[in-house]
Design a binder for this molecule. Structure first.
Ligand code: CAO
Length: 453
């Protein structure tokens, strides 16, 4: 018999006690290395746990609904190869000599097994941007009316998709109670309404999505959306409908910056990484965020206070074949342009190879979405909640710009202009501040030496 290995939950960042939502294999199944075995899901992310090696599933040790953390035993896998071939241990599995016993396996579904050995290679985990609950109530029809309810009632209502503004509280001073929410749902169900409609919680009702038989009009092909795209799509949708977005457009003269970048690109290439404009944009954004701390912030869970972060972790939107991911460059304020460029290359490669870990996507304070390598002159990026602003960058173009010389003799000059699109949360940021922010950023990009000050 080939050796049997314990497949454990690998390093999944800060996630603990998260739910097993799918078990994708059963005893007797042959699996390939990297094939997904189970899906685990927290409030913030969903990820598939891959098989560390090829083999045959001997015993599945978890079931749907179990709670697991790093090191928990997922299943026993009999190696596909002869034992000698697997003598080199895979990172997320611990070898056991032969058939498992209760002592060796821990015997309990979902129970935390001994910690896995250090993970040398990142597991292949499809990632999605954090799906935090919407941290505030969507305003009711009367914007001055604020329903009176405890956080637990608000959470309960949110879980059921109930708009508290529609309820009449029966508690003291009109406070909405759990029972009020229950009664509301019961009444809605009895009336045949759908309390958990996709638009629940919103002060408007949407008509049903058109159901069209497209094949009636011509040939079609139906492809399921990837799991990543579905989850990222749900988060984008939530952010779009629940944050009052405004986008401020501006453009920076990057003629000098581009000459400097080109002059330095040879050095970076010799060191094995590409120096693109994005590294400078991260640096310039951080310089600007220091001047405008409320752009480097989030609303707290009540939606009534602003949490201003003293660290600068910049998320960068990366386009991958499966959809959009936003890995975070940590402590961008403490890194030089070369370090930022090198790290950018590494995270975008990891994103495209699905090798990011959940922790790589967390803790962002501000995001940048650059479509400059592709094209376009402006766009309206969607804020990556719970952040309050995101910078969109489009393709730079050389065009004549009127330069007003000090002598009063102005003239048109060819300048390389970079279009910027800053979307911001209007609950937190006023239009005037957004215009000041982009003006400041434009100045920094016009003379990157300002980021040293
Ligand atoms: N203007 C003109 N050219 C630009 C530019 C800009 N603003 N930004 C980058 N370029 C150039 C680069 O210099 C590079 O040129 P060369 O091929 O001649 O060297 C080329 O465009 C490609 O750049 P890149 O995309 O490889 O590198 P990057 O650092 O600019 O971006 C990354 C990296 C990961 C952000 C990018 O590849 C990506 O995925 N962008 C898409 C993000 C996205 O999808 N956003 C939308 C989110 S909302 O749906």
């Amino acid at each position: 018999m080939n050796a049997v290995t314990e497949v454990l939950i690998p390093d999944i960042g800060d996630f603990k006690d998260i739910d097993v939502t799918e078990v994708l294999v059963k005893p007797g199944d042959s699996v390939r290395a990297e094939q997904s075995l189970i899906t685990v899901e927290s409030e913030k992310a969903s990820m598939e746990i891959p098989s560390p090696s090829a083999g045959v599933v001997r015993e599945v040790k978890v079931k749907i609904g179990d709670k697991v953390s790093q090191g928990a035993l997922v299943l026993l896998l009999e190696a596909a190869e002869a034992p000698a071939a697997i003598a080199d241990p895979v990172p997320v599995a611990t070898q056991v000599a032969a058939l498992p016993s209760e002592e060796k396996t821990g015997g309990k579904s979902g129970a935390a097994a001994p910690a896995a050995p250090a993970v040398s290679a990142a597991p292949t985990v499809p990632l999605v941007p954090a799906a935090v609950p919407v941290p505030y109530e969507v305003p009711p029809v009367d914007p001055l009316f604020k329903p009176h309810a405890s956080p637990s009632v608000r959470l309960f209502a949110r879980e059921l998709g109930v708009d508290l503004a529609r309820l009449k509280g029966t508690g003291p001073k009109g406070r909405i109670l759990h029972d009020d929410v229950r009664l509301f749902v019961k009444t809605a169900l009895q009336a045949g309404a759908a309390p958990v409609a996709k638009t629940a919680g919103m002060p408007f009702e949407l008509p049903a999505w058109p159901s069209v038989d497209f094949a009636k009009f011509g040939p079609v092909e139906t492809k399921p959306l990837s799991r990543l795209r579905r989850l990222a799509g749900a988060n984008l949708h939530r952010n779009w409908v629940s944050i009052p977005h405004v986008t401020q457009f501006d453009e920076a003269d990057i003629t000098e910056l581009e000459s400097f970048r080109k002059a330095s690109a040879g050095d970076s290439e010799r060191q094995g990484f590409k120096l693109t404009l994005l590294a400078f944009l991260i640096k310039a954004s951080v310089t600007t965020l220091r001047q405008f701390p409320h752009f480097n912030a989030s609303l707290d869970a009540s939606g009534e206070s602003l949490v201003i972060k003293k660290y600068f972790h910049v998320g960068v939107a990366v386009d991958t074949p499966d959809g959009l991911v936003v890995p975070v460059i940590r402590d961008a304020d403490r890194k030089g342009i070369f370090d930022l460029a090198r790290e950018l290359g590494e995270v975008s490669k990891a994103a495209r190879e699905k090798k990011l870990k959940p922790g790589d996507m967390q803790g962002g304070t501000f995001s940048i979405s650059s479509l400059g390598g592709i094209g376009g002159s402006a766009f309206t990026p969607i804020i990556n909640a719970p952040e309050v602003a995101i910078l969109g960058v489009s393709k730079s173009v050389t065009r004549p710009v009127w330069i007003d010389a000090k002598s009063g003799e102005g003239q048109f000059q060819p300048r390389l202009m970079l279009p910027l699109s800053l979307s911001y949360d209007h609950r937190v940021i006023d239009g005037a501040d957004a215009a000041r922010f982009t003006s400041y950023l434009v100045n920094v990009l016009g003379d990157i030496r300002r980021s040293l000050l």
